[in-house]
Ligand binder design. Sequence first.
Ligand code: DOR
Ligand code: ZN
Length: 346
Amino acid sequence: MTDTLTIRRPDDWHLHLRDGAVLQAVLPETARHFARAIVMPNLVPPVVTGAEAAAYRDRIRAALPAGMAFEPLMTLYLTEETDPADVAAAYAGGLVKAVKLYPAGATTNSASGVRDFDRVRAVLERMADIALPLCVHGEVTDPEIDIFDREAVFIETVLDPIRRATPGLRVVMEHITTRDGIDYVASQGDDMGGTITTHHLVINRNHILVGGIRPHYYCLPVAKREEHRLALRKAATGGDPHFFLGTDSAPHLDALKEHACGCAGCFTATNTMSVLAEVFEQDDALDRLEGFVSLHGPAFYGLPPNDGTITLSKGAPVTYPAKIATADGPVTVFDPGFPLHWQVSQ
Ligand code: DOR
Ligand code: ZN
């Protein structure tokens, strides 16, 4: 039986670090295990221009504790006013690795996102020309569409039309939660990738709703039926290079999660690698963990995999803090609901 596993140092291809006190507290939770992360731009106000991304990158670097190494891969928040030349310059200078599309109103801090996709056509065309990836929050916002159907409807009515209209555009469908998303991404060429979160491999919608509302399992896109979770598991553990880890670790203060209108987001940075090792072991796929967390993402983004390694060792149940303290209040760490046995050592 395998009880240690050494893999290339992983990256997180979708991460929320926030700013200020929360950034300070959560950054070490990711940097402890991950070399790089695609950092989401949905601050208030959002990170729209190259100059704003450079300033945010500097704040992230300043928040990194001495002795830790971590490279933030910056993104720009796409608005209907985004200037294609600013985007191209930020990419050419190496600052920005992706542009993020939030349909307006789809999720946390998405009010400045896109309503009319024709108004971002010039930016998307420029991105296709220069091979700058578009990261997509794949949910429609039409109030008529059931929340559990919003991802599937987005693929048909927004994602596929955008890709057909913009040949060559590299697109990541982020935090896939449905079999429909998996099937779509898997059927496309190597200009299409998909990220899968840690928590969507573990929870289905029952975890949120049965026996009382569990706000710490509420995120967007919301977890779906069990059959969808199983499709995600199969894709993540199956070795298809279209799929790679994007934790969508999304810290919110407990006071705002445990609330009459609780925020969306699961905070998984602290125990993601232990949870994933457990999941891959359960599916008899530990040999595919490295591809999912350390190889497929760099290949999609045209970056080298990391030189360093991490070692996971199996033993007595792993302990980790239930909450991370921040100067603004605690943030609850994702509870997978089963014991974890894989500990990360460097
Ligand atoms: O659950 C989520 N939380 N989904 C998102 O798309 C945004 C994120 C956040 O920023 O909190
Ligand atoms: Zn996110």
